[in-house]
Design a protein around this ligand. Sequence first.
Ligand code: F6R
Length: 608
Amino acid sequence: MCGIVGYISKNANPESLHLGIEALKRLEYRGYDSAGFAFWDERKREIVSQKAVGKITSLEQKIDPRNSFFANPLILHTRWATHGGVTEKNAHPHCDCKRNIWVVHNGIIENFKILKARLEKEGHKFTSETDTEVIAHLIEKFFDGDLEEAVRKSLGYLEGTYGLAIICRDDPRKIVAARLSSPLLIGLGKDQYLVASDPSAVIAHTRKVVYLEDGEIASISPEKFVIYKEKKPEDIEWSQEQYEKAGYAHFMLKEIMEQPETLEDAMRGRLIIEEGTARLGGLQSVEKKLRQVDKIYLVACGTARHAALVGEYMIEECAGIVTKTDAASEFRYRKPILDRNSVVLAISQSGETADTLAALREAKARGILTLGITNVVGSSQARETDAGVYTRAGPEIAVASTKAFTSQLAVLALFALFLGRQRQLPLTTGESIAKELQRIPALARRILENSAHIRELAKKYQGFENFLYLGRKYNYPIAREGAHKIKETAYVHAEGCRGGEPKHCELALISENFPSICLAPNDSVYDKMISNIEEIKARKGPVIAIATEGNQDIKNLADDVIYVPETIEILAPILNIIPLQLFAYHVAVLRGCEIDFPRNLAKSVTVE
Ligand code: F6R
């Protein structure tokens, strides 16, 4: 979490602070409880710093428009608090005792208490409760005129994770950047360099970036940058327009509406209808190995974990391979049973989720083949896995994941199809799944075109404080994801359960004030779901059913019905989640919630 930006230019100019702030705003999704900056003012030859609690606009409001600054170099930070409350003192940048060294940091320094105690003994005075401040004081301890050297010495003492950008009054013509398990890149602009946590911050200025690897330190001056390893610049895949709201009120709504296109992109060129299979270029190098695989471990967090749960059903059904899903945060601590024919597949939109990366590293350390499904090209996950598939959903800015989720489902369906056809899945079955996959984007479009009704339902149900989401088989993870969406966007309590479970517990909660959203498409468990809905109705619980177009009977049972187009059972989750995303979005809007940046959350959770 947290976003960091650095800026240094050949030509100092009064626009640089504004440029840095605009770049930082692109990273606001990574954390938004406080923000700050520090820069060397080339004209006044002094360090200027400002911090504010709240979003970046609060920081902007503190800048006196009558002052003109020649900020060069400049570092900025948007925070998601880990150590120390949300206060101005704890906001970054942090500095040393002499206000000489200024640091912005994304990550966690796990041994900061020991370091802080030692530094305090040596006379250093701390002003914040953060782990980050120890970095500034450590560098101060080693600084004798050469910032880079002092940073290098200090990093040796740190345990934990960091993306860092550091400036120094007494060595002012450089930014020193360093990375360990927190993403960091250098954008190569015209006569200027930017340092950032991800490409969205630099895209307005350059498409050429160099990603820092773990353990690397970069020294960036106006004329050149030096990383202690030769590196070839790479192109950023996404365009600047993709980072805009394009007329929508919120990124979340834009991203929901983009799904027909993002689903098409996820599948483009990957389906081979006549062979009833999928071609996944990123897995070519491991195709042979995949034939031997007899166990697949899916690891992911949050929404991506719900995609994994659907993937588990898909892979077991199509390929007959034992598949297990685990929360990445648990995987490394539970001693998973893996052998040389096991595969660990990580799923992550950002490719930077600390728990997911830790699970991958655990698998690697045990010599297990690691695969990844991610959205972000060049992300840590993409670099660290043996092979993988990109979801191609384009930048997802809203904290609540929507289009990345459906793209993950589409890629998992392709993967399951591919594994199935490597094994016993008959050509005809493969062919019909492949053909149906091709129809999915158009069906998604149909749901979105007829979605006005969902807004009306949101109005009717916005006042409830609790929801039960129910689904069976493929739709159980969708019930979980529907609940997840409304919790994180509308701050409404919700539970996602297997349709058969409430009679063992949750029915105790049901009353007129506790509505249920029941996924009941025409599938192999339809009759069972209907019985479960009856059980809720018998206890006076209001029910919204998600049902297949044409099902008139269900109207006699449910209070409200949202229809989705018919598709095959294995692909139904891709469609069924869309109305639940919209429902959560509209309830959140009606309840006045901050849609794209829900309280206490961040998009990229880069701490464990
Ligand atoms: C989704 C959400 C989170 C993320 C989770 C994993 O709406 O808010 O639960 O899904 O943090 O993120 P990635 O997919 O980037 O690993």
